[in-house]
Design a protein around this ligand. Sequence first.
Ligand SMILES: [Zn+2]
Ligand SMILES: [Zn+2]
Length: 869
Amino acid sequence: MSDTGEIPKNYDPLEVEERWLGIWKEENYYFDRNSSKPRFIIDTPPPYPTGNFHIGNAFNWCYIDFIARYKRMNGYNVMFPQGWDCHGLPTEVKVEETHGITKNDVPRTEFREMCRELTLENIEKMRKSMRRCGFSNDWSNEYITMLPEYYGKTQLSFLRMFENGDVYQSEHPVNFCTRCETAIAFAEVSYEDRTTKLNFFDFDGVEIATTRPELLAACVAVAVHPDDNRYSEISGKTLKVPIFGHGVKVIEDEAVDPSFGSGAVMICTFGDKQDVHWWKKHNLDLRKAIDLKGRMTAIAGPYAGMTSQECRNGILSEMAEKGILKRQEDLEQRVGACWRCKTPIEILSERQWFVKVHNDEILKAADKIRWTPEHMKMRLENWASQMEWDWCISRQRIFATPIPVWFCNKCGEVMLPDEEDLPVDPTVDRPKRPCPKCGCTDFSGETDVLDTWMDSSISVLNITGWDGKSVPEYFPAQIRPQGHDIIRTWAFYTILRAGALTGGGHPWDEILVNGMVLGDDGFKMSKSRGNIIVPEEVLSKHGADAFRQWSASGAATGQDIVFSWNDVIAAARFQTKMWNITRFVIMHLDKAEEGMIADRPTVLSDRWLMAKLSSAISEVTESMDSYQYDRAVKTIREFAREIFADNYIEMVKGRLYGSGEGKESALFALKTSVDALCRMLAPITPFFAEECYKHLTGGKESVHERTWVDYEYSDSDAEVQGDLLVRVVSEVRRYKHDEGFALNAPLGHIVVYSPYEINDGGDASSTLNADVEWKCEKPELIKSVSDVRFNFGLIGPKFRKQANAYMNAIRALTEDEKITPPRTVIMDGVETEVLENSFEPVYSYSVAGEKVDLLTLTDDVILTVQKKE
Ligand SMILES: [Zn+2]
Ligand SMILES: [Zn+2]
């Protein structure tokens, strides 16, 4: 008897999970820097600390935890770090709300401190949720991007790339959110469809169509296609801009679409990306009509200070008044918007910091990485190939990593801090030396801060031990798990930065791209749809393991997964089933005396089970190796439910309850199966597997300290014959049911005729409560027609009152006639036609003079049943 007490009848996931959380030690999951084991470093996504570990996070982390636990069981020294990507606008907005201030009401340092406090609270909330899910994070490798030890590295990476010439500043048009008052990168622009008005108006005698009349003050040229004869007269001439009166040239450009609008377009700085192209190509003036807050500038004259919307309305009515607005048409348009606040972006030209994008190098590095699923690589390739501008990394915000730069107030020289002084806040700290160019000691600190992707894109360098000097000790990491929604940001930027900072290295051997979690209605979860499920709700009802099992089983890797309560319930039910199996097995193992468990299977059904187990193990192993968790869970469930519980356990009960031969072999098969199932379930349902394993081993061992299951057994005879045995048992059970026998009632004598010599150790006899004999020969059957079966549906309507007479006439036929009916019979002395399909012969069989029932399984396997009288 084990020292863990009786096994409770019911499995209570909530009690079990809470208990193990109190017992497990975090240190067991620490990466060991002195280990000689092969290392496996996971570049985990650092979530944004909103305080809410949402279901998409939880789903992603399940996958990461499956990997970490599986690799540990396979002998790897695993690092499953936990990062927090802290900086960013949502926290600033939250702090403004909570404290009832705007960011400019308090000093920058004070505002940052408020953001830090809120972030730390949120991180603690999320840590709690993660622990409750049973994730085996390595908390000794936690990093928080807002803390000095991390953002010092972000600043160091900035300095390194500045020295290499990969970081530069320039006045260049960038995407700008006037609500967030900051530049944003292309990757942060989301596109939305909307209907807008295309306004046709008279532009100094030329008809022009525009969707942005408010930019008229920023008009710097009118462009036409060189082959457009309508405009050959005016090409090269100067036109007067309506309302504002400044002169602009008419230029020719191949990119003008003569079929759009009137074929003449006005170029403004800047209506869209195309304007930027033309502006650069034709070296046009820069006229800034919109400022960083989205207000019209002084060049907009009477419209200065208005929002662009107000200005648009004003200009359109002025055009109408002046009689130059010809007509308006609806136009379907895709508009770029800020991904956070959905405000349409403006393209504004200001001094910004940029990182050079070397697309070729990024694509080369991507080729060295193994992508799962493979097609996700294309998303990165497509994105890289359409990148035309460098990555704008400066932001006009506060809660972020400061850009470690000062400017000399006299000569404008850029001053950098010494590496050992990092991190610095240039708005507070001062350079140590005077300006090397002019000797001046008067400096201004850069107030712009870094894009948060500058922090998170060095996560892999941080965890692999980067010190700024050389390629990190543990670089590259083995795997990067992440969602497909951040391929063009986090994956792209990480590859870019790892390459730039390690001299062309690729950040990971492998990238695993996960899908998103959709609501149970199949749509993206959102407040407005009311389809949000929080992990806590699932956990408090069914426990973490059921949630984890759902994550594993719900979809193929990379595919979006639809949340389904039914699937969670099915997962919980499987645990109940497995619990009952485990209890049954442990009851028998506990009763077994010392030395009563064999060291290998000897009886057919045991050998059969071990062969099935062995192939289930190799399938699960293959699935785990290729991140196909849905396939792994399916295989485990099928083996446990169908093969082990429904077929095997039913068959082996006779030997288990008896004391005869073959019990030792059965105990071996039971123990080996439960042990293997626990170990295969350990990465997916860690609490459940641990609880079962505790009872199986008498509390001596933790399943999470065991190696991955490696039981191998091959026995093709046992597989073929065992399959037949299972088939025979189920056919005879069905027969018993059809014949009105109780399942455990004695049946009689059964002979199975098959092409194999089979010794089932008495399993079929005890399972069926019959005397089952296996013969490797063909039976000498005598077949005769014993009766006829009538089709009353045909006979009744046709013969009505004469039905009995018809049936008597048929019964009177000879045996041969019953098989091949004559055309007519004599019925009450009258010759009557035999109705087609109105009856069929019923055969009976006998062997050696004894009447038997015949069950045909296949062409070469038949059973005879001689029922007990
Ligand atoms: Zn915004
Ligand atoms: Zn200077």
